[in-house]
Design a protein around this ligand. Structure first.
Ligand code: ASP
Length: 325
C-alpha cells in the first residue's frame, strides 16, 4: 500500500478563517479546520493532515518577526514527520512571511505552501475554498521551497507582493532564475532578532525630517526610492544618510516600481545614495528587502558584512538575469 501524503497545516489566522463581528472581521477557531474536513471528504480522505494552530490566531497586520521565528521553528521541528507544509495566513503580510521563511529555512527540502483568501470561508463567493483546494494539491506537486498558492497561481515566496486589496487575484510575483529556497545540506533555522527597521518612502516635497529621524534612531532603514533609484536633492536627506554611515547602520534602497528595481548610479539624482554607501536592493521587493535586512542584522555585524549579506543572492529573492518561460 502506498503511504498517504502527510501534510502539516500551520494555521496562523487571516481572513480565510475569520467571521464578522461588530468591530469587523476577526479570526475564529474552527473555521479552517471545518473547511479542511470538508475538502478532505471531497478528496476521499487521501491525505494525512495534522493541523497545528498558532494561537492566538491573528490578523496578519499584527505579525512580527517573532511570528516568523515561531513558524520557522514549527517547520524545522516537524519537517521530518511530514511530506509538505501548508500555512494558512492573512494576506496583508503574506509576502513578508513568505520572504522571511524562504530566508530563514536553510536546507529546506520540502514544499511550504502559503495561502489565504480575500473573502472568509463562510462568506458568499469565498475564494478561500479554491485557494485551500489548490494549496492542498500544490503540497503534492510543488518543488521544495516556499510558495504562495493564490487565485490559481503558484508564486515564488520571496518574489511575491500583494497587489490588490479586494480582488481575488490579489498577488503577483516576478520571476527568478533560482528556486525559492536557501541551499543547505541539513534543515536549519536562522532566527530574526529585535532590530528596529524603518521603512521610509520619498515623495515630491516630502518632509525629510522623517528620514533624519530614521537614520538617527533605527538599526537599519529600507528607503523606498523612485524608479531606478532616484531621490530628491535635499540637504536633510543627505545629512541623514551621512549620519547613518557614521553610525554604521545599513540603508537599503528599493524601488517603488513593481518591476525592474533600482540600479544606483544610473542617474545623478541618485548619486547621493552611492556617496553614502546605501545598499542597492536591485529588484528585491520591499517585503524581501525588509526581511533580508532583518535577518542580516540578526546574523552579521559591521556595515561591510551587512552590505555583503544583503547584496548576495540567498534564496531566489532577485530577478532572473534573462527572461525565463
Ligand atoms: N487583514 C487580513 C489579514 O491579513 C487580510 C486577509 O487575510 O485577506 O489577516
Amino acid at each position: 500500500m502506498i503511504p498517504r501524503h502527510r501534510i502539516l497545516l500551520l494555521h496562523t489566522g487571516g481572513t480565510i478563517g475569520m467571521v464578522p463581528t461588530a468591530r469587523g472581521l476577526k479570526p475564529e477557531l474552527g473555521v479552517v479546520e471545518h473547511a479542511v474536513d470538508r475538502l478532505m471528504a471531497e478528496r476521499g480522505n487521501d491525505l494525512d493532515i495534522e493541523i497545528v494552530r498558532l494561537e492566538p490566531l491573528i490578523d496578519s497586520a499584527n505579525a512580527t518577526p517573532a511570528d516568523w521565528n515561531r513558524l520557522a521553528a514549527e517547520i524545522v521541528a516537524r519537517a521530518d514527520s511530514c511530506d509538505a507544509i501548508l500555512i494558512t495566513h492573512g494576506t496583508d503580510t503574506l509576502a513578508f512571511t513568505s520572504s522571511a521563511l524562504t530566508m530563514a529555512l536553510e536546507g529546506l527540502h520540502k514544499p511550504v505552501i502559503l495561502t489565504g483568501s480575500m473573502i472568509p470561508l463562510g462568506g458568499d463567493n469565498s475564494d478561500g475554498w479554491a485557494n485551500l483546494r489548490d494549496a492542498l494539491a500544490a503540497t503534492q506537486t510543488a518543488e521544495p521551497g516556499v510558495w504562495i498558492q493564490f487565485a490559481g497561481k503558484l508564486l515564488r515566496g520571496p518574489r511575491a507582493r500583494k497587489i490588490h486589496s479586494s480582488a481575488p487575484d490579489a498577488f503577483s510575483a516576478m520571476l527568478s532564475d533560482r528556486p525559492p529556497r536557501r541551499e543547505g545540506e541539513v534543515l536549519r533555522q536562522h532566527r530574526f532578532g529585535s532590530a528596529r527597521i524603518a521603512v521610509v518612502p520619498v515623495a515630491p516635497g516630502c518632509d525629510m525630517r522623517v528620514v533624519g529621524f530614521a537614520m538617527d534612531h533605527s538599526d537599519g532603514v529600507v528607503l523606498r526610492c523612485y524608479g531606478s533609484g532616484t531621490v530628491p536633492d535635499d540637504l536633510l536627506l543627505e545629512q541623514g544618510l551621512a549620519r547613518a554611515a557614521d553610525r554604521g547602520i545599513p540603508v537599503v534602497a528599493v524601488s517603488e516600481t513593481l518591476a525592474g528595481g533600482t540600479s544606483l548610479g544610473h542617474y545623478a539624482a541618485g548619486a547621493v545614495l552611492l556617496d553614502h554607501g546605501v545598499i542597492d536592493g536591485r529588484d528585491m521587493t520591499l517585503e524581501a528587502a525588509y526581511a533580508k535586512l532583518a535577518l542580516a542584522l540578526a546574523s552579521v555585524t559591521g556595515r561591510a558584512a551587512l552590505t555583503n549579506f544583503v547584496e548576495t543572492p540567498l534564496c531566489g529573492e532577485f530577478g532572473a538575469p534573462f527572461p525565463v518561460p
